[in-house]
Write a protein that binds this ligand. Structure first.
Ligand code: CO
Length: 461
């Protein structure tokens, strides 16, 4: 507890993803990168599934080009990305050859640190991405997805951290994607993890429930090495706590961050008119700033609660909300306590709604839930009981291997599929991640006027 606290700045990824639906344009980012580069951050988080997706879906921008342009201007600061293990940035498991190619190209185009996670904390779903990161000279940061259940004990997280370090993690992050890690629990977790790992430990949370800055301060006391914050303009609410607040709080203490507050102010001021523009366009919704203590009561991510209400509204069944809230923990228990992060939060929520509305549990079961029980997403934290298994997939065999072992190499066939529309490997990877929207993007990218049309394609994601 003598060392400087390091700060990873999230505004160019999680910050604008959480508050303005990932809409920052490259033109809005680039003018401030050189200033950000002087601050002395541990890293700038700049890339992830939603940033990549929004570039081609809404902005008619090449996400690879954005990365290269940021890299040119951030000469001293490491660039970081978030990668969903074997899902990469897409919504399915990819074959190992695509995973390796994607990691290789991410590093070659400017990423230094790859934060890799799997929704189930199934390490088999992150091992190929981790190996590739090391092979191509990247910093391999492996994530622990934090959730609450009878099996997710401090002991569980300690064993997981030890395993991640053995897999070659250069650092480990506690990823509290729902913002439900309580300050004292966080203190205990950081203290205990620091006892069993040698690599630096980072903490990531969201300010949704109002406890995040208390958590951060306790984690700092416990000796956490790095903390994720967002510049004030894109902080708070569903985003991270503000960078300046933590920097000032720790100034002159043993954990002084050493970051320059004058530069931070300049960055915050730069983004203000941009934030105002998105507020005027109603892309920044006030609801993102509401403090939501109920996520602590139900231990559900904030986004899941609002999804439930709209799901029930379409069925004229908003009055069943309380019943569904009570059903969610039961479904989660039946399914072996998966962490409620994409895509499992949506899957568990939908099953709970069906169980309540159909008047009988598991009368109707979405394919995704069946595939999950079949083992196609990986290993549930707790084995699913035979009774539930029978209810969901009958006598079908459960696959217990690594899910990606079922997928044959596919890079060459993807390349063939997209054909001459792809001019580079990077283009092929755009197609691999988001096949439906990649085609119109690749066809029209040289025509600037198409932006409006792409914006109007209304696809739910
Ligand atoms: Co986050």
């Amino acid at each position: 507890m003598k060392e400087r606290l390091k700060i990873t700045e999230t505004c160019l990824r999680d910050g604008h993803q959480s508050l303005i639906a990932t809409r920052l344009k490259t033109d809005e980012i680039l003018p401030i990168v050189e200033t950000m580069d002087k601050v002395g951050y541990n890293a700038l988080e700049v890339w992830g599934g939603a940033t990549f997706d929004a570039c081609i879906r809404f902005l008619n921008e090449n996400p690879w080009e954005r990365l290269r342009e940021i890299k040119k201007r951030a000469k001293n600061t490491k660039l970081q990305m978030l990668l969903r293990g074997q899902n990469l940035l897409g919504y399915r498991h990819y074959a190992d050859d695509v995973v390796e190619k994607f990691v290789e190209k991410s590093i070659k185009n400017g990423i230094d640190i790859i934060r890799i996670f799997d929704a189930l904390n199934d390490t088999r779903n992150i091992e190929v991405a981790a190996k590739a990161t090391k092979k191509y000279g990247g910093h391999c940061q492996l994530a622990i997805c934090y959730t609450i259940s009878p099996v997710h004990t401090v002991e569980y997280y300690k064993n997981l951290a030890i395993e991640l370090e053995k897999m070659g993690a250069d650092s480990i992050v506690i990823k509290d994607m729902a913002g439900i890690l309580l300050p004292e629990k966080g203190y205990e977790l950081v203290t205990e993890l620091k006892k069993v790992i040698k690599v630096p430990l980072e903490l990531h949370t969201h300010a949704t429930s109002g406890i995040a800055s208390m958590l951060y301060l306790r984690a700092v006391d416990a000796g956490v090495d790095i903390i994720d914050t967002a510049i004030s303009t894109f902080a708070g609410g569903t985003s991270q706590p503000a960078t300046e607040a933590l920097v000032r709080t720790l100034k002159g203490t043993k954990r002084d961050t050493g970051l320059d507050l004058t530069l931070l102010k300049e960055i915050a001021e730069y983004f203000k008119p941009i934030r105002k523009k998105y507020a005027d366009e109603k892309i920044l919704n006030m609801q993102a700033y509401y403090v939501e203590p109920s996520i602590l009561e139900y231990q559900l991510p904030g986004g899941m609660l609002s999804n439930l209400v709209s799901q029930l509204a379409t069925q004229n069944a908003v009055n069943r909300y309380e019943e569904v809230l009570k059903e969610i923990p039961k479904v989660r228990e039946d399914l072996g306590y998966p962490p409620l992060v994409t895509p499992l939060s949506q899957m568990v929520g939908t099953q709970a709604v069906l169980n309540v509305l159909m008047g009988e549990r598991y009368k109707m079961i979405p394919t995704e839930i069946k595939d999950y029980v079949r083992g196609l997403y990986g290993k549930p934290p707790v084995p699913i009981s035979d009774e539930i298994k029978r209810k969901i997939i009958g006598d079908e065999e459960v696959f217990t291997g690594r899910p990606a072992d079922l997928i044959a190499p596919e890079y060459e066939s993807l390349k063939k599929e997209i054909g001459s529309l792809a001019k580079t490997d990077e283009d092929v990877l755009i197609y691999a991640m988001f096949p439906k929207i990649a085609k119109p993007y690749l066809e029209n990218r040289d025509k600037p006027k198409i932006e409006k049309e792409i914006r109007n394609i209304n696809i739910v994601f």
